[in-house]
Design a protein around this ligand. Structure first.
Ligand SMILES: [Zn+2]
Length: 78
């Protein structure tokens, strides 16, 4: 397991996501941003918008995705 925070994934807070792969933490962040939007958390709205845009334009977002993949690969195991 490895840990990436909301902030490392482009968000504004230090909530930690745990996962076996980069996809796990990216999906956890996606859920976290969805929940933040529901809760009316304005600090998370820009990150939520960016994440929505990534799902809509997956090719354009490949750079971000690869950065996250690389960052995850370089993290130490928990
Ligand atoms: Zn957050």
């Amino acid at each position: 397991m490895k840990t990436m925070t909301c902030r490392q994934l482009g968000g504004p807070c230090d909530l930690a996501h745990h996962g076996e792969t980069h996809d796990d933490v990216i999906n956890a962040q996606d859920q976290h941003l969805k929940q933040a939007e529901k809760d009316g958390d304005e600090a998370h709205l820009p990150a939520r918008k960016e994440m929505k845009g990534r799902w809509r334009h997956p090719k354009k977002s490949l750079g971000w995705y690869n950065d996250m993949k690389k960052a995850f690969a370089e993290l130490p195991e928990d």
